[in-house]
Design a protein around this ligand. Structure first.
Ligand SMILES: Nc1ncnc2c1ncn2[C@@H]1O[C@H](COP(=O)(O)OP(=O)(O)OP(=O)(O)O)[C@@H](O)[C@H]1O
Ligand SMILES: Cc1cn([C@H]2C[C@H](O)[C@@H](COP(=O)(O)O)O2)c(=O)[nH]c1=O
Length: 214
């Protein structure tokens, strides 16, 4: 792996989609075809991973065993790495992914109570230890993020959105633990600020990693 691998993480409604859109708009003219924007579960250029996404997020499925869910996320991740992330990094590109393995540790390890160690083990196996260069963490209290979604967005409700607040609190707690353990990788952004400030803070944090001068 030689390119730059940036991941965006956060609880529901943290603003990943909005912030990523703005960051990519600013980066695209600078990086041109050296920039790859993708997302998990699923991923750009990975039909198998996308098929797993449809399954794992389907709100109409009655229930799914938590370990099955964890394995499906890991399988989607594996396919996305092989199809999209690793080839781009081998060409020295900048890959930005909306979510990666920290999501599994937070949602399945924390939210579903499967434990951080077990989910880390499954994902080490799935990723062969490929870790992001840096991770932007949009830090928001779960109740604030969920309120944003309820107020502004009625579409695309997935199986995780509808979990209880206690689930989302465990997700946020697990993210905070990860950030504490890997301060060199996590760029923590206060996502409760107005959107323009969140975007500006994110840009400032990413510039040195991307070797860009303002
Ligand atoms: N800083 C902000 N302040 C107020 N509202 C915001 C802010 N950032 C995003 N929003 C609004 O909150 C809602 C959720 O934002 P967005 O879809 O970007 O978040 P997300 O993290 O991608 O959500 P999800 O976890 O559901 O994918 C949108 O309606 C968006 O306009
Ligand atoms: C990668 C990954 C994702 N999830 C959950 C988190 C979200 O509820 C959805 C993805 O939708 P979003 O638009 O990015 O918010 O999937 C998860 O539980 N585990 C994972 O590994």
């Amino acid at each position: 792996m030689s390119g730059t691998f940036i991941t965006f993480e956060g609880p529901e409604g943290a603003g990943k989609t909005s912030v990523l859109r703005a960051i990519v708009e600013r980066l695209a003219p600078l990086l041109d075809d050296q920039l790859v924007l993708t997302r998990e579960p699923g991923g750009k250029g990975s039909p198998v991973a996308e098929a797993i996404r449809d399954l794992v997020l389907d709100p109409n499925l009655p229930s799914m065993d938590a370990w099955t869910e964890a394995l499906l996320y890991a399988a989607s991740r594996r396919q996305h790495l092989v199809d999209t992330v690793l080839p781009a990094l081998a060409e020295d590109k900048v890959v930005i992914s909306d979510r990666y393995l920290d999501s599994s540790i937070a949602y399945q390890g924390g939210g579903r109570n499967l434990g951080v160690d077990a989910i880390t083990t499954i994902n080490r196996f799935a990723t062969n230890g490929v870790m992001p260069t840096a991770t932007v963490y949009l830090d928001i209290r779960p109740e604030v993020g969920l309120r944003r979604i309820q107020e502004h967005r009625q579409d695309e409700v997935n199986r995780l959105d509808v979990e209880a607040l206690s689930f989302h609190q465990r997700v946020a707690d697990a993210y905070h633990q990860l950030a504490e353990q890997s301060p060199e990788r996590f760029l923590i952004i206060n996502a409760e600020q107005d959107l323009a400030t969140v975007i500006s803070d994110t840009w400032t944090a990413l510039m040195p990693i991307l070797g860009i001068q303002d």
